[in-house]
Design a protein around this ligand. Structure first.
Ligand code: FAQ
Length: 330
């Protein structure tokens, strides 16, 4: 089965001389920005890399519904509740487009979900943190969706056609998600002193995990070199992280919030903000299952799968009955 346990990508890039004729022709198409489609020939590692990344992305969307879902019954107004409900439904939809895109590569949805439920497949580290207050919901929209957009806009141009096309609609919806989160935080920051403290506390807890969403630093990123050669990734993890910091600092200023990083300062020579060291030990701990909510998130997905069994069985029985009827009248 294709899962994260499968080694994907080469440990180093192949030179032109080491490539077979087919591999060279494939690379030429990528270099010429021709999209690769499901029925085209592709190297096995290209296929596996895409299955790994797209399925992780899909899992992130559906696990990502859980932290915000925690606040649906406690949203402060009907309007905020309706917005949150729409956002969470969008995330379910993103999961479905992405599972469909991965299925074009020859893996089934059941196989992908089995890998998630067995703890073999990853999903984004960010969703292993708890949503303690209502301000966390706004902060997820602002920072987590903001980071997701930063990463996903370039994916609209990635080399695999079905993935690139799925990202177009996803990015439009993520943009609404980010705006609603920022709007919600703006309301808190312009509200009472207690509401503003709540917003600051949420930023203090979500800032560093949001920076980790972009993945390990470039020199520790196992897949980046090959994925960039294949234009599955257009920018490196560190490039996107820097863009995200540069985008977020002025947004925090408008909110009147302080980013919890004493080393954060504008560097006129680089034309970017410098920022402090990221705790990569925490990142790897969360990846290994040691984050505050890893167990809870996985248990919620497994129980949703088990409790939904009767729906899948009923849908299958209905489809079979319709087929039998059609066959009888044909
Ligand atoms: N969490 O060599 P790299 C969202 C793993 S969607 C967990 O750099 P790569 C929407 C990585 O898989 C958020 N694992 O890997 C939303 C690899 O392990 P493996 C998800 C991580 O693939 C908002 C190992 O580390 N977005 O938020 C993470 O080249 C609000 C080495 O790393 C996507 O999935 C991490 N943060 O680059 C929903 C976008 N980072 O597989 C609800 C598509 C790295 O060998 C509410 N994905 N790892 O076992 C990508 O762009 C890439 O996969 C990266 C990682 C950039 C995430």
């Amino acid at each position: 089965m294709y899962a994260q346990m499968v080694k994907t990508g080469a440990s180093r890039l192949k030179s032109d001389a080491e490539m077979s004729e087919r591999e060279r022709a494939f690379q030429d198409r990528i270099d010429a920005d021709v999209k690769i489609e499901p029925k085209d020939w592709m190297p096995d590692d290209y296929r596996r890399t895409l299955i790994r990344q797209i399925s992780q992305h899909a899992h992130s969307e559906i696990v990502g519904m859980l932290p915000e879902g925690n606040w649906l019954t406690r949203a402060p107004t009907l309007k905020r509740k309706a917005i949150l409900l729409a956002k969470i439904q969008d995330e379910g939809g993103h999961g479905l487009y992405l599972y469909s895109a991965a299925e074009t590569l020859g893996i089934t949805r059941d196989q992908m979900l089995e890998a998630l439920h067995d703890g073999k497949a990853k999903y984004s580290s960010i969703f292993n943190y708890p949503t303690l207050t209502w301000a966390d919901v706004g902060t997820i929209g602002w920072l987590v969706d903001g980071a997701a957009i930063m990463n996903q806009i370039p994916l609209q141009r990635c080399s695999y056609g079905p993935y690139a096309r799925a990202m177009v609609r996803i990015c439009k919806e993520e943009s609404f998600h980010m705006r609603q989160g920022y709007d919600s935080l703006l309301a808190l920051c312009r509200g009472t002193a207690a509401q503003k403290r709540m917003a600051q506390d949420a930023l203090d807890r979500w800032w560093w995990p949001s920076l980790m969403m972009f993945g390990p630093p470039d020199d520790a990123s196992t897949h980046s070199a090959q994925s960039m050669r294949w234009k599955i990734k257009i920018f490196s993890n560190d490039e996107l992280r820097q863009r995200f910091v540069d985008q977020s600092v002025p947004q925090a200023e408008v909110l009147g919030l302080r980013i919890p990083d004493p080393d954060l300062r504008w560097n006129a020579d680089r034309g970017h903000y410098d920022f402090g060291p990221i705790d990569w030990q925490e990142f790897y701990r969360v990846l290994k299952g040691g984050g505050p909510c890893n167990r809870e998130r996985l248990a919620a997905r497994v129980s949703a799968w088990e409790e939904g069994r009767w729906v899948r069985d009923a849908a299958l029985a209905c489809a079979e009955k319709q087929l039998r009827r059609q066959a009888a009248t044909a």
